[in-house]
Design a protein around this ligand. Structure first.
Ligand SMILES: *Cc1c(COP(=O)(O)O)cnc(C)c1O
Length: 495
């Protein structure tokens, strides 16, 4: 069999997406997807509100298994969808907001202030609305604590519950240091921070300690959690009574169905960078790797697209991890013994399998006869967003219903619709099971977290993609515009 355009005599290097039942069912409904893009244009985002409720249940069951109480705060940052937020408001989850707009969105979606946590860098308006509505504030620094306290006094606002966010943990006797962060107060400056909290106790009530680390390393997170437990001990010795630990987000998604495909792809990419095989990317891009006189340098700047453990199972592993500096007991058991609440702030993990992005194929041509195919889509790289976040994963080809082209793998490069050399949907050479044709759809799955609307622009006056919410009812898919969705719209359950 001739592998058209593969040009390397090899086999296609697929990176097949992992598909849960809801996304899988939607992709098997090409009639719905074609109707949607015919009516609303390309690109088009589809979100699946019932999935976020199902993901929450996974986190709740880990809490149950470890006998822990506390709140799961969805990190709003990862998605601007109203439908997903409103569906979550109909559960018992909380939401972590990191801007004035996100706080207003959460209040408007039906989250009561006791279910909202304000994190991240804050401007005075954001602080004011948080304090005015009695939202708990995760305080980033001593300056912010001073600023909040002053605002509360000046505007006669109610006393605010606060968590203190720490960073830069350094646990004695443990080799793994937690990564540096721009956010949070260095753990070494805990005492002056607590002194400030005591000084401002008329305005703020210290309810717990927090961290958030943007890392996949379990050891680093365990070190940070131990650091928070020590900080809580310090509070108790001073007569303060905080009772919660907030361990932030970063539980992650495993995007790919097959770990071997991922291993094989990264091995071949390394070989390509070293010149041992033809390039696997546009212009020989190395995703952070480079060849210096025959030696491999740099490091792979990609999201680990296949993760053996991610999401709620990652939380489970962290809680089962022994606290090296605290007698080796599992971290979860230590939290239970001290009767501490555990708060989490999953963003990406709660958005797993919650959406996809559809793009119509506009043009397919060969760069040179028999060479790789150049495929132009009715979408910009920013609409898909996977590349920006270092997630390498194949789109799913959805041929027009009348098309019957034979299955024969092809190598393609995917371009966006901007008049810009750099508007590549991905720099990776993508292998598809058959040649796409104009009018076909490519479905980029699992884009709800950070991809579909984080970078949306109106570059070249091209419209921002529309977003619809879809749910299953009586064996078929129904949909509405994202901002028209309310939990009364769908009666879909969390299972
Ligand atoms: C971004 C962020 C999160 C969510 O991180 P994910 O990796 O999406 O789970 C949680 N908490 C804070 C403070 C954040 O900045």
């Amino acid at each position: 069999m001739r592998l058209e355009g593969l040009g390397m005599g090899g086999h296609p290097l697929y990176l097949k997406p992992r598909l849960g039942p809801r996304l899988g069912s939607l992709l098997e409904s090409p009639g719905v997807l074609n109707t949607l893009t015919d009516a609303l244009g390309s690109p088009l985002h589809v979100v699946i509100p019932d999935q976020i409720a199902a993901n929450l249940e996974q986190f709740r069951s880990v809490y149950g298994r470890h006998h822990l109480s506390g709140q799961v705060f969805f990190a709003h940052k990862g998605s601007r969808s109203s439908a997903l937020l409103r569906r979550l408001a109909a559960t018992d989850a909380g939401v972590d907001v990191a801007s004035l707009g996100e706080l207003q969105h959460a209040l408007g979606a039906g989250f009561t202030p006791d279910r909202i946590l304000a994190t991240g860098p804050k401007n005075p308006e954001f602080l004011w609305l948080a304090a005015r509505t009695s939202v708990t504030v995760s305080v980033d620094s001593r300056d912010e604590l001073e600023q909040l306290s002053a605002l509360i006094r000046k505007c006669s606002l109610p006393r605010a519950d606060v968590l203190l966010r720490l960073s830069g943990f350094d646990v004695p006797g443990v080799r793994v240091l937690s990564r540096r962060s721009r956010f949070g107060t260095p753990a070494a400056e805990l005492v002056p921070l607590l002194e400030a909290a005591e000084r401002h106790s008329d305005a703020v009530d210290l309810v717990g300690m927090a961290y958030h680390l943007d890392t996949t390393s379990l050891a680093e997170k365990a070190t940070a959690l131990e650091g928070c437990l020590r900080a809580l001990e310090e509070c108790r010795s001073r007569g303060l009574r905080p009772c919660a630990v907030d361990i932030g987000g970063g539980f992650g998604i495993s995007y790919l169905a097959d770990g071997e495909q991922w291993e094989r792809y990264t091995t071949e990419l390394t070989a390509a960078v070293l010149g041992a095989r033809p390039p696997l990317t546009w212009g020989g891009h190395g995703y952070g790797l480079r060849n210096e006189g025959g030696t491999l340098r740099g490091s792979l700047g990609l999201y680990p697209a296949h993760r053996p453990v991610a999401g709620a199972r990652y939380l489970d592993q962290l809680l089962s991890h022994p606290a090296a500096s605290l007698g080796g007991r599992p971290l979860g058991a230590l939290l239970v013994e001290h009767l501490y609440d555990l708060h989490t702030e999953p963003g990406r993990a709660l958005l797993d399998q919650c959406g996809l992005t559809l793009a119509k194929v506009l043009e397919v041509r060969e760069q040179e006869p028999g060479g790789e195919l150049l495929v132009r889509l009715a979408a910009k790289a920013d609409d898909v967003g996977l590349e920006e976040h270092g997630v390498l994963m194949d789109p799913v080809l959805i041929p027009r219903p009348d098309r019957r082209t034979a299955d024969q793998p092809v190598a393609v490069h995917l371009f966006g619709s901007l008049c810009l050399e750099t508007d590549l949907i991905t720099r990776r050479t993508v292998f598809l099971p058959r040649r796409p044709e104009p009018g076909d759809l490519l479905a980029f799955v699992n884009t709800a977290a950070y991809c579909m609307d984080f970078h949306a622009t109106r570059a070249q006056q091209q419209p921002v993609a529309r977003k619809v919410a879809a749910w299953q009812e009586g064996g078929s898919w129904r949909w509405c515009l994202d901002d028209q969705y309310w939990p009364t719209t769908s009666v879909g359950g969390a299972q």
